[in-house]
Design a protein around this ligand. Structure first.
Ligand code: SF4
Length: 590
């Protein structure tokens, strides 16, 4: 039934696996074999895809799969203690399935609930605002084997927490208004308006939207594709979740405007697996828009303006936020970033010219259509026009979504959200910039501090070494493993920081970090690998004492107790060569 629902298309493989797992709670081998036969696809390829995504399981994970968000902000809010409590109550070890096969508890990367953590996913469904009482209640529901749809509905409430509105969140217009305005300009006029607006991608890279659209429009091939990248995986960001909840019409309308500019007939909204709770509401928005004539054939009554959208659910892979990895995933494959060129605008989804735009970028297009490109560009700074949505979390009184004109200072945001005694702000997520107090006058803009939206605040009680260590572990966990420098380099970076944390650090290890940085920056295939050392390098530059206080000596120190490890062997063999003691050997060298 699942295969038929997806039209037996090999590119729908990932969606089939997601659906099978939703039904079975895991991917039983006999089902994968049957899938392989029915699709005429090698079992090895299916296993390769199933093994790539962290939300797909080829081993049983229990009827209830509980995942704690392991973002640093969730940790600051007490997630580790709550997870330990849950494991004690359910009598299971973290990462293991209970003996009766009922439940497993583990961690996952940031679930996009930094404004209302600690948060968990239960069988893919988000529960925020976790505390002791809620953990106790959840354990009881699990023991009673209550189906998820019989759990109290308030558990699954996700709040929008919009704290500051500006041009986008304040705008008042009806579905279709922006389409009518763009259609009235003609395809060329509309593209020209986007060019005048100087709209740049809000996913982090800041590429000029009009240039991307023009390249796709000019590319050979009629079957062009528009993709909305709603794989908001950068730790600490959640503003796309709020846009998709509160303003889904604007995002979908933005995709339709991209189709008007490029001539695309087909669109995909790639929704991160952590936002599964948005799947049904988004499908309902799509249905409403088809009904109203804002999707489908002859949109706005214009001959040849045909466009429709399908939703593709991700399955827990941060790297799929990279546009070529996302396209691979859309094609039902492992999310491995492609070699460029060719760029997606020339050869993207199934080799067709494809534009990939971020949720916020697309929503902003509605404002350009309604107000014109020049009016849009009057807000913000010279190189960063319009406004920016920030996901503010961490040590502040009012976490949530804040919309500002580009150019707002870090200090202004801190003031507005009620932060005090601030030691650092991590802007742009794990891959972003750590801002120290002497930099709080810097501005959120592509020409100063660029960001996809994460704004994580740490007061003076926080250990900035542990913050960086959390980010580095995140990168090692999310490395797709395609290229050796990243696969090995991120792991070595983790081991080096773990060594410092365990009290075996030396200045040699700090030099090792510099070497790893060079390796990762120069030889990684995609941005994940090259950005992985950033939080540590910023930490060493701006918060060096918290690293140096962990150094036990200046020369090399092993990450383990060599003499302790050899003690038993020495005792059994009766041999204890003085030169085989590391301390003595180093003194001899000196
Ligand atoms: Fe994968 Fe890392 Fe290489 Fe990127 S840099 S392709 S994430 S292994």
């Amino acid at each position: 039934r699942i295969i038929e629902a997806h039209g037996r298309r090999p590119e729908a493989l990932l969606q089939m696996l997601v659906d099978i797992q939703a039904q079975e709670n895991w991917l039983p081998p006999e089902v994968l074999t049957a899938l392989s036969k029915r699709l005429g696809m090698a079992r090895a390829r299916i296993d390769g895809v199933a093994g790539f995504y962290s939300f797909l399981h080829t081993e049983p994970v229990g009827r209830y799969r509980i995942l704690f968000s392991d973002n640093i902000i969730d940790r600051m809010l007490g997630s580790e203690a709550l997870m330990a409590l849950m494991c004690r109550k359910l009598i299971i070890a973290p990462g293991r399935v209970s003996e009766d096969g009922l439940v497993s508890v583990d961690t996952t990367s940031c679930t996009g609930m930094g404004d209302q953590g600690p948060a968990i996913l239960v069988n893919g469904h988000a529960i925020a605002h976790l505390d002791h009482q809620r953990v106790n209640e959840i354990c009881e529901l699990v023991r009673q084997q209550r189906p998820l749809d019989a759990w109290p509905s308030q558990y699954f409430q996700v709040h929008d927490n919009i704290r500051r509105r500006d041009a986008l969140l304040d705008a008042d217009f009806a579905p279709g208004d922006a389409i009518l305005a763009a259609v009235s300009m003609g395809r060329t006029g509309w593209l020209e308006a986007v060019r005048k607006a100087n709209l740049r991608g809000h996913g982090g890279a800041g590429f000029t939207t009009a240039v991307k659209w023009q390249a796709c429009r000019d590319a050979a091939g009629a079957d062009k594709v528009v993709v909305c990248n709603a794989d908001e995986g950068e730790p600490g960001t959640f503003k796309d979740r709020v846009l998709l909840t509160r303003h889904a019409h604007r995002v979908i309308e933005g995709m339709t405007l991209a189709a008007w500019a490029t001539g695309a007939r087909c669109g995909f909204l790639y929704l991160r697996g952590e936002y599964r709770h948005l799947l049904a509401p988004l499908r309902s928005v799509l249905a409403d828009r088809r009904q109203a004539g804002w999707l489908g054939d002859r949109i706005a009554g214009v001959e040849g303006f045909d466009f429709d959208i399908d939703i593709h659910l991700g399955a827990g892979a941060y790297v799929c936020g990279e546009e070529t990895a996302l396209i691979e995933s859309l094609e039902g494959k492992r999310g491995t970033p492609r070699i460029r060129p060719p760029f997606p605008v020339e050869a993207g989804y199934l080799g067709r010219p494809t534009v990939v735009n971020n949720v916020e970028t697309l929503a902003k297009c509605c404002l350009i259509a309604l107000r014109g490109g020049e009016a849009f560009a009057r807000t913000g700074t010279a190189q960063s026009t319009g406004t920016k949505l920030l996901s503010v979390s961490g040590d502040c009184a009012r976490p949530g979504v804040y919309e500002y004109p580009f150019g707002v200072t870090v200090a202004q945001v801190l003031d507005d959200c009620g932060a005090s005694d601030v030691q650092a702000v991590q802007v742009g997520g794990a891959a972003g910039i750590t801002i120290a107090p002497y930099e709080f006058g810097r501005r959120i803009a592509f020409e100063d501090v660029p960001t996809a939206g994460a704004f994580m605040i740490f007061d003076s009680s926080r250990d900035m070494f542990e913050v960086a260590r959390n980010f580095v572990h995140f990168f090692a966990h999310e490395s797709c493993g395609f290229c050796t420098p990243c696969r090995v380099g991120t792991t070595l970076l983790c081991k080096t920081l773990d060594k410092l944390a365990d009290g075996y650090g030396s200045s040699v290890d700090l030099r090792e970090i510099d070497d790893l940085d060079r390796l990762l920056k120069q030889a990684s295939h995609c941005g994940l690998g090259s950005a992985a050392p950033n939080p540590v390098l910023d930490g060493l530059l701006k918060f060096r004492p918290v690293y140096e206080q962990r150094l036990v000596r200046k020369d090399f120190t092993p990450a383990f107790d060599l003499d302790g490890a050899l003690a038993r062997a020495r005792q059994m063999t009766g041999r204890d060569d003085a030169g085989a003691h590391l301390d003595n050997a180093m003194e001899d060298d000196a």
